[in-house]
Design a protein around this ligand. Structure first.
Ligand SMILES: *[C@@H]1O[C@H](CO)[C@@H](O)[C@H](O)[C@H]1NC(C)=O
Length: 479
């Protein structure tokens, strides 16, 4: 009788415990980004140690495959499905608190789906289902110049792989207006959507710039291609040259330039230089004097590491910058450039005049100038309208002022040191070649309302030739 009562009490105790104990998980699907690590939550309530229990994670749907098994105080993953090998773990410390959450590393698009978390001991079990959705931003779009079109246009195709969900693809002109293009081709595979869209473009102006934009709800990527008018004329000479492009404007401009070089008669360039030579000498003396005046407004500029793109390497004195091969692990703060290898100075200016010099010797590519404080540092458009007053060098010898539209600059010699002068009230940003005392370009009659910061982009090490740093140099008056 006594034994019976004891069993009864014991039984009702166990019963009440098993009624109360449940497994919980998230009620809504988890949305995560491919490449990241994700914790799939699963825990016991009320908090009860699961150390002595079995925890089993299973992927449902396609085939019921074992994702992770913990049993008899150990992980038992001999039968784990191949795609999950080495990518799963439980939080062993947390198990004592009844937390059986699973960590899944380096998320893949193919990980999307429903996962069952099952927890059991000899007398009890419960499970929940965790639904995960994986989004992925595709590869950098690549623009290929496929062929000349019989109608006098050029056939371009823009492609990118690994998107999820599928992106919208647009071809845009330089003003950002959508251009009529062929239907988007979409192909689904295990790691997302491969997407391509073709367009035939025509010679609209001197410098034809086209963008191809991939857009998702949360992500966007763009590639651009610049096609000089001469390329349209050259259809007779070259057919079917493939021009790979990359997200950075540079890669594209460079490739367009290779094309450009093919058709530009060399002699005409040399004649142009010779003609310039005759007018330049008296001018140079005058400019030398102007430069000496500007140097009186020399300021000490240092680079602001908190704004530097994670690939940039700054010297300890914060006067030099180059672009490294790998991204450093730095916080993605609002002031940090993340889409363009840029950094700004620590010093800002909101009145008066200032001048500084930057050594560009040995570089094949750079962008320098000033920017206003409130620019978009995550997506860059280099125009005065968007807050950038800059000039750049690309492809070793192509100089241009990034006005809207760009102004190609013909300089007599390779610039080794750039002088930047700003007169805030006048709305003037001028660039000088310090060594030859010649004027490079001026933005005039601009209206500044925000603080201005010196802006630097050393570009990546294009073809291994652009490793020289940009160096903010002390200003000497040589007059
Ligand atoms: C379970 O552990 C993971 C990893 O430490 C943690 O992120 C999660 O918040 C924990 N869940 C609960 C309910 O404590």
């Amino acid at each position: 009788m006594f034994l019976c009562a004891t069993l009864l009490i014991l039984y009702s105790f166990m019963d009440s415990q098993s009624e109360a104990l449940n497994v919980f998980g998230p009620e809504v699907p988890l949305v995560a980004v491919a490449g990241e690590d994700l914790v799939l939550p699963c825990f016991l309530k009320p908090s009860t140690s699961a150390v002595d229990m079995t925890v089993e994670w299973i992927k449902l749907d396609v085939e019921h495959s074992l994702v992770h098994l913990y049993n008899d105080h150990e992980d038992r993953n001999a039968k784990q499905a191949q795609p999950y090998r080495g990518r799963t773990s439980l939080f062993k410390e947390e198990l004592q608190k009844g937390n059986a959450s699973l960590k899944l590393s380096a998320l893949r698009v193919s990980d999307e789906g429903r996962y069952k978390c099952l927890v059991e001991d000899e007398s009890w079990y419960d499970d929940i289902i965790v639904n995960i959705i994986v989004e992925a931003q595709g590869s950098h779009p690549v623009i290929t110049m496929e062929s000349y079109d019989n109608s006098g246009g050029i056939n371009l195709v823009c492609e990118s792989r690994g998107w999820k969900p599928e992106p919208e693809v647009l071809w845009l002109d330089r003003e950002g207006a959508a251009l009529p293009a062929e239907a988007t081709q979409i192909h689904r595979d295990t790691e997302g959507f491969s997407v391509k869209r073709r367009i035939t473009v025509y010679d609209y102006s001197n410098s034809n710039k086209f963008y191809c934009r991939f857009r998702q709800i949360r992500h966007m990527m763009e590639a651009e291609v610049i096609i000089n008018s001469k390329v349209f004329d050259a259809w007779k000479f070259a057919v079917g040259i493939s021009v790979p492009a990359c997200l950075t404007a540079l890669g594209l401009i460079v490739t367009a330039a290779i094309f450009y070089k093919k058709v530009l008669p060399r002699q005409s360039v040399e004649r142009e230089f010779a003609a310039m030579e005759r007018v330049v000498e008296p001018q140079r003396r005058r400019i030398k004097h102007v430069l000496a005046e500007m140097k009186k407004f020399a300021v000490d500029v240092t680079l602001d590491p908190d704004t530097a793109h994670p690939k940039l390497i700054l010297s300890a004195d914060e006067k030099q910058v180059t672009c490294g091969d790998t991204e450093q692990d730095l916080p993605d703060t609002p002031q940090r450039f993340t889409s363009y290898y840029s950094v700004v100075g620590k010093q800002s200016f909101s009145s008066g005049r200032f001048y500084y010099e930057v050594q560009v010797r040995g570089k094949t590519d750079w962008t320098l100038g000033v920017v206003r404080e409130n620019i978009n540092r995550k997506r860059i458009t280099l125009t005065p309208q968007t807050g950038f007053w800059t000039v750049d060098l690309w492809n070793e010898n192509q100089y241009e002022a990034l006005a809207d539209p760009e102004v190609p600059l013909t300089l007599r010699e390779k610039v080794e040191k750039v002088g930047v002068f700003v007169d805030y009230e006048e709305g003037l940003v001028s660039f000088y070649d310090v060594k030859s005392s010649s004027h490079i370009y001026s933005f005039t009659a601009q209206s500044f309302t925000e603080k201005l910061y010196p802006f630097f982009n050393p570009w990546y090490n294009v073809g291994g030739k652009n490793s020289a740093p940009l160096i903010i140099s002390p200003v000497f008056n040589t007059e």
